[in-house]
Write a protein that binds this ligand. Structure first.
Ligand code: NAG
Ligand code: NAG
Ligand code: NAG
Ligand code: NAG
Ligand code: NAG
Ligand code: NAG
Ligand code: NAG
Ligand code: NAG
Ligand code: NAG
Ligand code: NAG
Ligand code: NAG
Ligand code: NAG
Length: 644
């Protein structure tokens, strides 16, 4: 298992878990860094400074000039006052180690000459020559310290605000003074709170012309592991409130400020206005103006106010409530091939694609479509496979299944190069990358979605092969290899989803325009890549099971058709069977029968005519995107063996 995880790490699919060193700055009121030196920090490691007592800072210097900022840039935390000798400030400063060369550090406070009084620090100091002791000795006699400005540079300054701590309708601390460039992180606690920006004069209502909004975070856990964060851009005061109207959180004093002035429009004046404010308004969009995360997973923008159920999110496989998340662990398609993937994938992309001197326009657009599809599939598979190998689903399946899934996911990464390498070779554009949103709350959601995307991918590749066999035959061997891999993967996911693999003759073709509509409607975050491909996105169709016969086989479905499509005569469901044959059943009162010879994963879309006889002509008359429904096979026994 460990080696599998390593392969993802090596590919850059996941964050490398490097070591974080913690350093206390001025704890107990002493002018010290503890530890004063860090040895053997390696590139990728991080060092987090925690501030105590007085008003310290962390500044990088050279060895020769201990109390002066490093010429040509270095890091600086900004000053961080904290009255407590024992409790660290809520503000921290974190640097990333980029090399094993020595790093020299001092506190830039001149009130009490902290640097000259021994408040120095080093990382990877040599044990002979320019040692830490030699550096500290130079600092004792150094001229008065200076610092490189006011705001943090060269590292990450962060501060945390608790949302509803201890069940109280408050933020803690309610008002902070912070530097420009500081990342503010709101930690959600139990109840159903939000963080929304307002103006000073009108608390409990969203700021006119934008501002941040976290959305509602419903959770019974404290802390929930859910955060909302943004970076302070300027010195203007920032006012915020909780928009929960149940029990009037804002009017009960659940408000806060960042950089409120000490006189005039103070935090206290804002709080007084909030206590008298009219009923709170919920912002139109969320999350906006910041990042909502659940234990590191970014929750994407929805086309409405997000109501994020953290309990459902963390409940894992036992809870079927759907949560959509947007994640990107995947290298972009134009990034160079990572050779670490070869062993797991069973090989690198081909040395020669046997490209011909030109590519047809049809060949180009089919490859662009395939790349769009592969970007989506790869993103989805990587997210799921990370959860299967090392994440929340790591104990659900036997290692044989998990290992195979891992290998086939890396293979998908290889196969994506068939499209991206070829488009690049012929100087054609790559489709815009999108942000994706999938139902991945439970492993069942994930495997069901995997089957849909893999089904569309398989059907698309079959369709593309039949088209390019005539126009651009060099693609056939490459695409056939991808087809084999996707078909094997479908079989594996079928098994994970506890469904018998559909018989091979069910693998049908699908027109790219129809598959594209389905994918855009279901998995692509609206407007995240509006012009990915030049196809019209048809409105969605939703089929649900209506009635079954005595063997449990689905006989009728309910077809939920968008109102924009109605009123154009008699409607039909156009069903596709093996080798792209079509069958039509009339939709009456929202219901339609399922053709008796179709079973397995069955796809249909809505038309108002029965004239199309194959996939390509169906794309011309389809009124909706397709939808898929599972239809039991006609077998009486799962184990019957065909006797010829
Ligand atoms: C902290 O020290 C800096 C530098 O001396 C100073 O500008 C700032 O006002 C101090 N902050 C507080 C709250 O004392
Ligand atoms: C490491 O590199 C980053 C990016 O160039 C830079 O911002 C940071 O200051 C560097 N860290 C150190 C300790 O020099
Ligand atoms: C909640 O409010 C009570 C009463 O004001 C206070 O004593 C308590 O410390 C608060 N709890 C937290 C965690 O802030
Ligand atoms: C918080 O607000 C109060 C009253 O307006 C003020 O006295 C105090 O200094 C503020 N604290 C910070 C950290 O801004
Ligand atoms: C959280 O509060 C929002 C706004 O009042 C509400 O729409 C949502 O249903 C609440 N969530 C839960 C799970 O009660
Ligand atoms: C920071 O600046 C960006 C760009 O101007 C803006 O969209 C964002 O809302 C600002 N953030 C805050 C917290 O003001
Ligand atoms: C699933 O989430 C819902 C919504 O929060 C909750 O009511 C239910 O108890 C959860 N079920 C399980 C099994 O955790
Ligand atoms: C975050 O992780 C903690 C610790 O594993 C867990 O208790 C909590 O439920 C998680 N929160 C979410 C929203 O997944
Ligand atoms: C490359 O393409 C040519 C012509 O299209 C064909 O004759 C040849 O067999 C192909 N070579 C390989 C290795 O597929
Ligand atoms: C998740 O995304 C799907 C498809 O885009 C959408 O139908 C569903 O309503 C979303 N669910 C939530 C909880 O936002
Ligand atoms: C069928 O749909 C097409 C496309 O929307 C429309 O132009 C046509 O009028 C419809 N036919 C009938 C009989 O309503
Ligand atoms: C939605 C979710 O929980 N995704 C997790 C899948 O696994 C990776 C790796 O463990 C996590 O980073 C994600 O948060």
């Amino acid at each position: 298992m460990k080696s599998l995880c390593f392969r993802f790490v090596a590919l850059g699919f996941s964050a490398v878990s490097a070591f974080n060193w913690d350093v206390d700055v001025g704890s107990g009121g002493k002018l010290t860094f503890e530890p004063s030196t860090i040895a053997a920090a390696v590139p990728g490691d991080t060092v987090t400074y925690h501030f105590f007592a007085k008003n310290h800072s962390v500044v990088q210097s050279s060895f020769q000039q201990p109390c002066q900022p490093l010429a040509g840039g270095g890091f600086f935390s900004g000053f961080t006052p904290n009255p407590s000798q024992t409790d660290p400030s809520r503000t921290t400063f974190t640097i990333t180690i980029n090399a094993t060369t020595p790093i020299w550090v001092y506190c830039g406070q001149t009130n009490g000459n902290h640097c000259q009084n021994g408040m120095v620090h080093s990382i990877n100091a040599p044990s002979t020559g320019n040692t830490f002791d030699a550096f500290a000795a130079l600092a004792k006699n150094a001229p008065t310290s200076t610092v490189p400005g006011l705001n943090p540079i060269g590292g990450l300054r962060q501060t945390t605000i608790d949302v509803g701590p201890g069940g109280n309708l408050t933020y803690f601390p309610p008002n902070i003074t912070e530097l420009v460039g500081t990342e503010v992180i709101y930690n959600f606690n139990a109840k159903n709170h939000s963080v929304v920006q307002s103006s000073f004069a009108d608390p409990c209502h969203p700021q006119q012309g934008g501002g941040f909004s976290s959305g509602f975070v419903q959770t019974s856990q404290s802390p929930a592991g859910v955060t909302f964060s943004f970076t302070i851009n300027d010195t203007k005061p920032i006012w915020f409130y909780c928009a929960q109207t149940t029990k009037n959180h804002c009017q009960s004093g659940m408000v806060g400020s960042i950089n409120a002035p000490p006189t005039g429009n103070t935090f206290d004046a804002f709080l007084a206005l909030a206590l008298k404010a009219s009923t709170s308004t919920i912002g139109p969009l969320a999350p906006v103006g910041g990042t909502l995360e659940a234990n590191g997973t970014v929750i994407g923008l929805e086309s409405g106010t997000v109501v994020f159920n953290a309990d459902a999110f963390s409940a894992g496989a036992s809870n079927t409530t759907e949560t959509n998340a947007t994640i990107s662990h995947v290298p972009p398609p134009d990034s160079p091939w990572n050779p670490n993937a070869a062993p797991e994938a069973g090989g690198a992309p081909p040395a020669s694609y046997n490209w011909t001197s030109t590519i047809t326009d049809d060949g180009t657009s089919l490859l662009q479509y395939l790349l769009f599809l592969d970007n989506l599939l790869l993103d989805f598979l990587v997210e799921g496979t990370l959860n299967l190998t090392s994440g929340r689903w790591s104990n659900l399946y036997p290692p044989t299944i998990v290992n195979s899934m891992n290998g086939m996911t890396v293979q998908t990464y290889v196969h994506r190069y068939a499209s991206s390498d070829s488009l690049t070779h012929y100087s054609k554009s790559l489709p815009a990358q999108c942000k994706y949103s999938y139902p991945i709350q439970t492993v069942d959601d994930w495997s069901a979605t995997a089957l849909i995307i893999l089904g569309l991918e398989t059907a698309s590749i079959i369709d593309i092969i039949t088209q390019v066999a005539v126009s651009d035959p060099w693609m056939v061997p490459v695409l056939s290899s991808a087809l084999g891999s996707k078909a094997r993967m479908s079989g594996l996911v079928n098994m994970m989803h506890n469904k018998a693999a559909a018989p091979a003759v069910r693998e049908s073709t699908i027109a790219p325009q129809l598959a594209y509509s389905y994918l855009m409607n279901h998995y692509v975050v609206p407007n995240s890549c509006s012009n990915a491909l030049p196809y019209t996105v048809l409105p969605p169709l939703q089929m649900t099971a209506q009635s079954t016969d005595s063997t449990g086989r689905l006989t009728d479905v309910k077809a939920n058709i968008p109102s924009s499509v109605n009123g154009q005569g008699q409607m039909y469901l156009a069903w596709w069977g093996a080798w792209g044959t079509l069958e039509y059943t009339a939709i009456n009162n929202g219901g339609a029968s399922v053709p008796s010879d179709l079973y397995g994963y069955v796809w249909a879309c809505v038309t108002n005519a029965t004239t199309a006889t194959n996939m390509n002509s169906l794309a011309g008359i389809a009124l909706t995107a397709p939808d898929m429904i599972w239809v039991h096979g006609p077998e009486t026994s799962q184990n019957s063996v065909l006797k010829l």
